[in-house]
Design a protein around this ligand. Structure first.
Ligand code: SF4
Ligand code: SF4
Length: 83
């Protein structure tokens, strides 16, 4: 199975990384992101699910909730260094 990671930088406080083929499409990350950064991608992955994508990456505050909630370890963030 491919483990390709899709990475979105945007202007927010973190780079959002989605390992699309791990996602089962539960939607936790999308529903609970306090900044409404994420939405379902139109793509269908290896599990037949629509993985999340960052529709509004500039709003990400790097809170890490999406990463903590994902049951399948399919989404994570890399915080930007403060400058
Ligand atoms: S780190 Fe927080 S603000 Fe950024 S996408 Fe995840 S839940 Fe949303
Ligand atoms: S929480 Fe994880 S498994 Fe659920 S939709 Fe988000 S990335 Fe996919």
């Amino acid at each position: 199975m491919s483990e390709a990671t899709v990475s979105v930088k945007g202007g927010g406080k973190a780079e959002i990384k989605v390992i699309e083929d791990r996602c089962k499409g539960c939607g936790f990350c999308i529903e609970f992101c306090p900044m409404h950064v994420l939405d379902y991608s139109p793509k269908i992955n290896a599990r037949g699910a629509h993985p999340p994508y960052a529709k509004n990456p500039d709003a990400c505050t790097a809170c890490g909730l999406c990463e903590q909630l994902c049951p399948d370890l399919a989404i994570y963030i890399v915080k930007r260094k403060e400058v």
